[in-house]
Design a protein around this ligand. Structure first.
Ligand code: HSE
Length: 417
């Protein structure tokens, strides 16, 4: 046992600042929880920006060499974001025999294979619990809590910023711009918030969950992804009329050996708990063959929530300093995620029709009595409905194409759990 465990933090942004705060505030508690005694202490904070006037001025270094060459550093935390130089720095730390903890989704989703390989070779720990759902221990639960299960699938609200924006816009009548500014002020959004809005952040988290759940690297570019830019007041009101809400859902499942995954807005019926997850909160449902479903809920973004997950991983590195094969996955075998469009589901559809009555009759005949939705203030030519029978998306598109009196503007799947 080492009485004083030393930690270096790379990147003093929102999350890095939170990690430094936790390490300073809870040094003895972390020592107690990781080893039964002693302390876990901050030794370096790496940043190219001038930190000489910051609360961490005495730990500030600009050169990764200071961390890599110091045998006293046990664990390195990466909270820089982006792929480079985060990837090169993490590889250097792993090669130097340091355990590494990261909150960086993009790094793990794109470079996980190489990082695991180096961690395995150096026999050190590499952990990334904060990369999915911020403070909610989804990955740990999957790896350790559900260790006796084969994971059949998962689905969840994986991006705090978009959930916060959708809640502000549709429950509090805020504009998109105001809601996004508030998310940025609160430290929820990515440096480039387009990654949140366009679904790329949720896609990276979906890729990580797929990789860990199904055991081989799934890359973000394999996952069909649609963000929230197309979700309007009209859709929120129609979803409410259908007894649900629109949520950005990331999901993955393995059926007959094939992995399916996707990220898109969905109409989530009020009967499902995910429909009631608002604000910056995330929730992920894991399906195991023994446990059935487990739902985890909590703050998915923000300084302290994310720092909580990073600190927990630091403790795991101290408790299990060697490479943990359970917390990793095999390289990609070249097989890509299968087309989820072939899986049958029901759909929410909103569009326009010059003669809505005639179009409704044609749609009813073609689709087998969909449930039509009405909302206050809808334009006279609007027609919105939820299909009655689950069908592959290609079938729906084909059927809609045959109803010339109707033009679809939005098509979102209905979340079935
Ligand atoms: N921008 C991310 C989100 C941060 O809003 O979920 C946490 O991963």
């Amino acid at each position: 046992m080492k009485e004083r465990i030393k930690v270096a933090v790379m990147g003093y942004g929102t999350v890095g600042g939170g990690v430094c705060g936790v390490l300073t505030e809870k040094s003895s508690l972390l020592g107690l929880r990781s080893q039964g005694e002693g302390s876990v202490e901050l030794k370096y904070v790496l940043d190219i920006r001038d930190l000489s006037d910051s609360p961490v001025a005495r730990y500030w270094v600009k050169d990764i060499g200071a961390i890599v060459s110091d045998p006293d550093v046990d664990v390195v935390v990466e909270t820089m974001g982006g792929v480079e130089p985060a990837f090169s720095f993490c590889m250097k730390c792993l090669s130097a025999g340091k355990s590494v903890v990261t909150s960086n989704k993009q790094l793990v989703a794109e470079k996980g294979e190489a990082l695991f390989e180096q961690a395995r070779r150096s026999n050190v720990s590499f952990r990334f619990g904060a990369a999915v759902c911020g403070g909610v221990p989804v990955l740990k639960t999957m790896v350790y809590g559900l260790a006796a299960n084969s994971i059949r699938g998962f689905a969840g609200i994986l991006n705090g910023t978009t959930n916060f924006i959708l809640t502000k816009m549709f429950k509090e009548n805020a504009s998109f711009e105001d809601a996004l500014s508030a998310a940025q002020r609160n430290g929820y959004a990515e440096a480039d918030p387009a990654a949140d809005i366009e679904g790329r952040d949720a896609c990276r988290k979906t890729a990580i969950l797929c990789s860990l759940a199904f055991g081989r690297h799934v890359y973000p570019d394999e996952i069909p992804t649609q963000g929230v830019t197309g979700v309007t007041d009209a859709d929120a009101a129609c979803a409410a009329a259908a007894g649900g809400s629109i949520k950005l859902i990331g999901w993955g499942k393995k059926t007959d050996g094939a992995v399916y995954a996707g990220v898109s807005p969905m109409l989530v019926p009020a009967s499902h708990l995910l429909s009631h997850v608002d604000g910056v909160y995330n929730a992920a449902e894991l399906h195991g063959d023994k446990i059935g479903s487990v739902l985890l809920y909590g703050q998915g973004a923000g300084r302290d929530a994310t720092a909580s997950a990073v600190a927990a991983d630091v403790l795991d590195c101290i408790r299990r300093p060697g490479f943990d094969p359970a917390y990793s996955w095999a390289p990609s075998n070249g097989e890509r995620v299968a087309d989820g469009g072939v899986l049958p589901c029901r759909f929410y559809v909103r569009g326009t029709a010059a003669d809505p009555e005639k179009a409704a009759a044609a749609l009813s005949a073609a689709l087998g009595t969909p449930r039509f939705l009405s909302r206050a203030g809808a334009p006279a030519d609007e027609l919105a409905f939820v299909t009655a029978q689950p069908a592959p998306k290609a079938h729906l598109l084909e059927t809609l194409g045959s109803v010339t009196a109707f033009e679809a503007l939005r098509i979102f799947p209905v979340f079935e759990g």
